[in-house]
Ligand binder design. Structure first.
Ligand code: NAD
Length: 512
């Protein structure tokens, strides 16, 4: 924003970021965080973190290449192999995780604004959703170090019937974790990996998305302040090559990845060298199924948010909206009408309901899919274009609603990852379940009906990792998150995530 002391801001100008954000942004190039120190890239490479609402740079960021990644892995190995973190009294680890949550809470406004500026999301969503969930995530995992335990087993050993054995398991940290994350919920995606990995006694190297490194770097300062020892948590900024260097590195024991299915497949191949553990939270093309007996107002509002929240940049985006025939025309008209009325603007403006897409590249991707939808014969009911005026400088896209979509169209098959809804009518439960399941993805699904039997039957028949009934996109740190088929391997959040960051060791003691 350019205002001077003599020129008061115009009523439409968004508010300036708070002083802490301005101080963070103006504090010189953002560095790598390696071995407890803030470091420049060894080759002096940098890139720019952008403000997608204006198309202008927010900060210069140091970029890690293979040599920097190697330095981070060496520091991580030392921190893991020599301690103290993995061997630390679990109660002490718990206190540090709790302190991270307290410090995030203390810096709530700064982090919410930084997230909004770099990602584009409306500040109200960052304040109501992202930040509280991140804080809760660290608090939840602060409760776990004291409760991660093995089991004792009654053994039979038919080949040695007289053997009296005491047999037990322990859960040990998996080791050095490379956490590679996308840009759509930068702090949340980081927290989903860092908090459980640290709780389990692992050490973590985080690679934020190249589009949104800023909140991760501020979080690293907080983690340092909370007393996490050097090398236990590190940040390497960069794009695909930085990620590849981590995935291929023999000193990394585990890759925890969230991102596209395409990159997930590359990661499987690149991790083969030392057979490192891999967990994958990947893309989706989730169905939202609205039966005609549902409360249609609730279904419409919920389905609308299911596709347009966070500018549609949701892994679980309910991008295929199936509506039972008698309700189809009414629902389609209402969703399109709502989409036409949304207030687009810079995320930092509290009046904004929908911000820009994260990058010029993402905008081009969404525009390409709109053209594909039109050329495939889908009917454009709302959006499809960009807002005029000042917003044209940012990566804004009007929320887009297509009807008359066929299952075979690319807009019904491929993940767009933007504000584009594809509406389709259906006639029966069997038909809609089979059409919903006819996708390479299996992340999530939503079902709206007042008939409880119908809801349970649909939940059972849908092949996906998560089903919401009469709602969509609810998430909580206690509940597992993840998908089947090409939507990934493993479950994040909730106690299921302990499996991702521990190995089971079996111990036998002969008591004869
Ligand atoms: P992306 O796959 O392009 O990038 C994700 C991360 O991987 C980035 O940090 C990127 O720099 C890095 N990367 C890219 N190529 C790499 C390689 N070859 N090796 C190692 N790292 C590499 O995804 P994106 O565009 O950042 O995010 C959008 C995707 O993320 C969508 O497909 C979305 O569905 C998915 N996503 C899934 C979940 C989930 O929980 N299932 C959550 C959020 C986003």
């Amino acid at each position: 924003m350019s205002t001077t002391a003599t020129t008061p801001p115009t009523p439409s100008a968004p508010p300036a970021p708070n002083a802490a954000v301005q101080a963070f942004l103006s504090g010189g190039p953002k560095k790598l965080y390696i071995g407890g120190k803030w470091a420049d890239s060894q080759k002096g490479k940098t890139f720019k973190a952008m403000n997608p609402a204006t198309g202008q740079a927010l900060a210069e960021v140091q970029e890690a290449d293979a040599a920097d990644v190697d330095a981070a892995v060496k520091a991580a190995r030392e921190a893991f192999d020599k301690g103290p973190w993995p061997k630390m009294n679990p109660g002490e680890r718990a206190k540090i995780l709790w302190k991270i949550a307290d410090l995030i809470e203390k810096n709530f406004d700064e982090l919410a604004e930084l997230e909004t500026l770099n990602n584009g999301k409306p500040i109200n969503e960052a304040r109501r959703g992202d930040l509280p969930l991140v804080i809760e995530n660290f608090r939840y995992w602060a409760g776990w170090p004291t409760k991660i335990m093995g089991e004792t087993y009654p053994t039979t050993t038919p080949y040695a019937p007289k053997l009296k054995a005491f047999a037990y398991t322990v859960k040990e940290p998996v080791g050095v974790v490379a956490a590679i994350i996308p840009w759509n919920f930068p702090l949340q995606m980081a927290a989903w990996k860092i908090a459980p990995a640290l709780a389990c006694g692992c050490v973590v190297i985080l690679k934020p998305a190249e589009q949104t490194p800023l909140s991760a770097l501020r979080l690293a300062q907080i983690i340092e302040e909370a007393g996490v020892p050097p090398g236990v948590f590190q940040v390497v900024n960069g794009a695909a090559d930085t990620g590849r260097a981590l995935v291929k590195h023999a000193g990394v024991d585990k890759v925890s990845f969230t991102g596209s299915t395409e990159v997930g497949k590359e990661i499987i191949k690149d991790s083969i060298g030392n057979l490192k553990r891999v967990s994958l939270e990947l893309g989706g093309k989730s169905p939202q199924i609205i039966f005609a007996d549902a409360d249609l107002d609730v279904a419409m509002k919920s389905a609308y948010m299911g596709i347009f929240y966070n500018q549609g940049q949701l892994c679980c985006a309910g991008s295929r909206i199936f509506v039972e025939k008698p309700a189809y025309e009414e629902l389609a008209a209402k969703i399109a009408d709502r989409a036409k009325k949304v207030k687009l603007g810079p995320g930092i403006d509290p009046k904004t309901q929908m911000g820009p897409l994260v990058s010029e590249e993402q905008l081009a991707r969404v525009q390409k899919y709109v053209e594909i939808g039109k050329s495939e014969g889908a009917k454009l009911m709302a959006g499809g274009d960009r807002p005029a005026g000042d917003l044209g400088k940012g990566y804004f896209m009007n929320p887009t609603v297509f009807t008359d979509v066929k299952d075979t169209m690319r807009i019904a098959q491929e993940e767009i990852f933007g504000p584009v809804a594809a509406l389709m009518p259906f006639e029966s439960m069997d038909e809609v379940v089979s059409r919903s399941n006819a996708s390479q993805y299996g992340l999530a699904a939503g079902v709206w009906t007042k008939d409880v039997k119908k809801a349970f039957r649909a939940a059972e028949a849908l092949r996906c990792g998560m089903v919401w009934i009469n709602t969509f996109n609810l998430a909580d740190v206690t509940m597992p998150w993840g998908g089947v088929k090409s939507s990934g391997w493993g479950r994040e959040t909730g106690h299921e995530a302990i499996r991702l960051y521990t190995e089971v060791k079996t111990v036998w003691v002969d008591l004869n």
